[in-house]
Design a protein around this ligand. Structure first.
Ligand SMILES: NC(=O)c1ccc[n+]([C@@H]2O[C@H](COP(=O)([O-])OP(=O)(O)OC[C@H]3O[C@@H](n4cnc5c(N)ncnc54)[C@H](O)[C@@H]3O)[C@@H](O)[C@H]2O)c1
Length: 372
């Protein structure tokens, strides 16, 4: 086994214990066999350092079929059974938002490393449960901030860390969807914890905050709007809808946004929507005193040299978010479990983002800025 390399942001990643002390592939379980689990399962299947042991879903047919499709020797409808399985070292948690924290904390307490899909919890209290369990166990606990692993983000982060953009002082993150409410459990605040802010905002807050260098949060001012609902009336427009969409009214916000001030003086401006009369609009941008960059919709870097403004377009396969990020995310998780790579996207970062989201909701409700 290789020596554990010094992780990036080690202090934030909590105490460390390496769980896999063998050169054999890591025994893996996937809990929750819905849409996103396919990307986890495909990535594990392609990874020679991982071996799928079992698939768990409360829907027995889904668990059985998925296990058969991916060649897992076992399946179950009980996550407790997965936690008791000695062959399982690491677990992807791909269930709905209401069960992420409880399953992740129990898994860590049972001695299993976890990759928890976003959001880490519906609330910061739930996210804290996972962080506490990581700190008790020292095990690898990664949150599904997959955008950090997209090649365009990896490239931009390298430029930022090399100082090419100077000190970053402003970031904007926007994902406006005009008809993007998936309905079903996503639209049920009890299960999801919130609407576009929890579902999409969690990614966009994280990627901008990560590019800024994960500064400490000082204050948050937020707003929400709830005017259009899930636009179930729309015709002649294909869009992603959850399996049980249209069975009940949406109880989540249509639009949310806010301004996050950091203790180093940097500011992040955010806006996300599920439903809005306007065109879809995605953008992640950072601005520093030597240069700026757009990560989305396409990576480009703006700078100045010899009193001349330069627009630089890196020559890479994909300038926008690339689905290969899921393979990279899971590759990093498996490597960390084997003690062969840094701990990227630790659950401690999932907790910070959960606190920002909660403060946006609190600020929107109270109509004033919140100090963290
Ligand atoms: N990283 C990303 O970009 C990304 C994209 C989509 C979804 N997600 C996240 O992934 C999670 C799942 O989303 P989805 O679209 O796959 O949802 P989904 O509804 O398609 O799948 C969820 C699955 O979990 C199962 N399940 C629920 N409770 C369970 C339990 N206690 N034990 C075992 N199985 C259980 C359900 O039966 C279902 O099969 C969500 O939290 C979502 O936010 C992340």
């Amino acid at each position: 086994m290789m020596a554990t390399s010094e992780p990036l942001g080690a202090a934030a990643a909590g105490p460390q214990r390496t769980e896999h002390l063998s050169s054999d592939p890591v025994g893996v379980a996937v809990i929750g066999g819905g849409t996103i689990s396919r990307l986890h399962l495909d990535a594990y299947r392609a990874n020679p350092d991982a071996r799928l042991v079992t698939v768990c879903d409360i829907d027995a047919d889904r668990a059985r079929d998925t296990a058969a499709q991916y060649g897992a020797p076992r399946w179950t409808t009980s996550y407790e059974e997965v936690l008791a399985d000695d062959e399982v070292t690491a677990i992807s948690i791909c269930t709905r938002n209401d069960t992420h924290a409880v399953i992740a904390a129990a898994a860590l307490d049972a001695g299993k490393a976890v990759l928890v899909e976003k959001p880490l919890g519906r609330t910061s209290a739930e996210a804290q449960l996972v962080v506490d369990a990581q700190e008790r166990s020292g095990l690898v606990a990664q949150v599904g901030f997959v955008r950090r692993f997209s090649p365009n983000a990896v490239v931009l982060k390298e430029f930022i860390e090399a100082g090419d953009l100077g000190a970053l002082y402003y970031a904007t993150a926007r994902n406006l969807r005009r008809a993007g409410n998936p309905g079903g459990w996503f639209a049920d605040k009890e299960v999801s914890g919130g609407g576009p802010l929890v579902d999409v905002g969690v990614h966009f807050i994280d990627i901008a905050w990560w590019l800024l260098g994960t500064p400490e949060v000082a204050t948050v001012s937020g707003f929400t709007a709830d005017r259009l609902g899930d636009r179930d009336n729309l015709r002649h427009l294909s869009r992603y809808r959850s399996a049980d969409a249209g069975t009940s009214a949406s109880t989540v916000e249509d639009l949310a946004g806010g301004l996050v001030r950091f203790t180093n003086g940097a500011v992040l401006s955010l806006e996300v929507s599920y439903s809005l009369h306007g065109r879809d609009d995605v953008g992640v941008k950072v601005y520093g005193d030597r240069g700026g960059a757009e990560l989305e919709p396409e990576l480009r870097i703006s700078t100045e040299a010899h009193d001349t403004i330069l627009e630089v377009t890196p020559q890479i396969d994909s300038l926008t978010f690339d689905m290969s990020a899921f393979d990279a995310e899971i590759g990093a998780f498996v490597a960390a479990v084997r003690g062969e790579g840094p701990r990227l996207a630790p659950v401690q970062d999932g907790l910070t983002v959960a606190r920002i989201i909660e403060a946006i909701y609190a600020s929107a409700e109270r109509g004033r800025e919140i100090e963290l």
